[in-house]
Design a protein around this ligand. Structure first.
Ligand SMILES: NCCC[C@H](NC(=O)CCC(=O)O)C(=O)O
Ligand SMILES: NC(=O)OP(=O)(O)O
Length: 321
């Protein structure tokens, strides 16, 4: 594995989860493999969990870490080729990425979509250019269309808390006031579809009409607009808002009635409830759930460390850093 940008970089999902759980049982067990190499974390958007958990993962492996919040502290980047840079952009991605590659042995990049131009977002233009020009292994810290470290942590969390060999996992759309990326949901779906192929889960997606995700991420999932039907006998409910993919980046409904709360939990098999965070209380998820014993949100956040540590360990070993 040269880079980690999606589930397609995972050769054996079962083995990766087992390895992550082994690392979790002894987080400093591989503290020598990082050899003081440098992990650079580049943020074009805000973050709490990804920033802290990936730094912690790198430190647990004996790496040094450097963080730059490019959106606030860096020069404004130009992504387009063959432009005369006489406007607001100061530095081209070609130079910026190449320079970062001089200082770091592995680079992480967070780059959200603009939610205006579907083709541009779904081409993963920024991530791909960054990979092309930096010359070192790259880890996606959430890109325009995916959030693989989150999905890996989610799968680890499901495996840890499952009481059945093939639990029913439901991804449910939730209301929000802002148009949000599809990245977390695309990615979760992509990982669950793969897990379903391996008989690890039974996967269902539910959302209002018009919120269909791109088929490349959902092929193999059961999809229904009937949330109550989807929730029936669920073991895990993954709650997330996303904006429309077909009416790109738009909010199509206020989503009244879609918020997951204890009343809806009654439809499930005492399901555990998941969310990647940050979560809008009382809008996406009820306080009753977040403050109750069925919530796994803090466990998911904790597992971000072990997901990242597994990925970094594989990159160090695979690239002989
Ligand atoms: N990294 C986890 C989620 C990040 C982002 N959420 C947000 O932007 C929430 C913003 C807000 O609630 O105002 C998303 O959905 O992709
Ligand atoms: N879940 C997640 O990626 O959180 P941050 O955006 O805070 O990193």
């Amino acid at each position: 594995m040269k880079h980690f940008t999606s589930v397609n970089d995972v050769n054996d999902l079962n083995k990766w989860v087992s390895e992550a759980l082994k690392i979790k049982s002894d987080p400093l067990g591989f503290v020598d493999i990082g050899g003081q190499k440098t992990m650079g974390l580049v943020f074009l958007n805000p973050s709490l969990r990804t920033r802290m958990s990936t730094q912690k993962a790198a430190m647990n492996l004996g790496m040094n870490t450097m963080v730059i919040n490019m959106d606030k502290e860096g020069w404004r980047l130009e992504m387009n080729d063959d432009v005369i840079m006489d406007g607001y952009t100061v530095e081209h991605i070609k130079e910026a990425a190449a320079v970062l590659g001089q200082y770091c042995d592995i680079l992480g990049l967070r780059c959200f979509p603009n939610l205006k131009d579907k083709q541009e977002d779904y081409s993963e233009d920024i991530l791909n250019k960054f990979i092309k020009y930096c010359g070192v292994p790259v880890v996606s810290l959430e890109s325009a269309t995916r959030h693989p470290l989150q999905s890996f942590a989610d799968l680890i969390t499901i495996k840890e808390h499952a009481t059945k060999s093939k639990p029913k996992v439901v991804l449910t759309w939730a209301p929000h006031v802002k148009p949000l990326p599809q990245a977390v949901s695309n990615s979760f779906s992509e990982w669950m579809v793969k897990a379903q192929e391996l008989n690890m889960v039974d996967f269902v997606i539910t959302h209002p009409e018009g919120y269909e995700l791109a088929e490349e991420f959902t092929k193999g999932a059961k999809i229904t607009h009937n949330q109550n039907e989807a929730l029936k006998d669920a073991d895990f409910v993954y709650v997330k808002n996303w904006s429309s993919y077909s009416n790109y980046g738009e909010i199509l409904t206020d989503g009244k009635g879609w918020m997951m709360d204890n009343e809806k939990l009654k439809l499930t098999d005492n399901a555990k409830v998941m969310h990647c965070l940050p979560v809008r209380r009382g809008l996406e998820l009820g306080n009753d759930i977040l403050d109750g014993k069925n919530s796994l949100v803090i466990h998911e956040a904790a597992n971000r460390v072990y997901a990242a540590q597994t990925v970094l360990k594989k990159l160090i070993e695979g690239n002989k850093l």
